[in-house]
Design a protein around this ligand. Structure first.
Ligand code: 5GP
Length: 111
């Protein structure tokens, strides 16, 4: 079943796009938790890290490379955080794997 991110990838819902290639779409979070809050999303529907398989290794690694380049592009290359939630108790809301890129303010310790 398609999630909200699946609908964004399919062009059925709008987003503020930051980056796109054949495998990955990145866009600004609708409810930013920091001055920079970008979501980096593989186009393939992988529900979360627990639901990924070994064959997803390349695209998941590429997401981190994309995060590094977006951090540079948006001027937060000196300090930023990249996280992915996996599962209900982690706070995951959208079951299409994504990496949050956060920066532009001091980020507290992870709780
Ligand atoms: P999660 O809790 O699953 O790790 O993060 C989901 C993120 O998706 C949240 O930060 C939430 O604000 C963001 N989000 C949910 N719906 C939309 C949407 O329709 N558009 C955008 N750009 N972000 C969304």
């Amino acid at each position: 079943m398609s999630t909200v991110f699946g609908q964004i990838i399919e062009g059925k819902l709008p987003c503020k796009k930051v980056f796109e290639n054949e495998r990955i779409l990145a866009f600004h979070d609708i409810a930013p938790q920091a001055p920079v809050h970008v979501l980096i999303v593989p186009k393939k529907l992988i529900p979360n890290l627990a639901g990924a398989s070994d064959e997803d290794e390349a695209v998941l690694g590429e997401c981190l490379t994309v995060a590094r380049k977006i951090a540079q592009q948006l001027g937060i290359q000196n300090s930023y955080r990249v996280i992915t939630n996996s599962g209900k108790e982690s706070g995951q809301l959208v079951y299409h794997i994504h990496f949050h890129l956060l920066g532009g303010r001091p980020l507290g310790a992870l709780g």
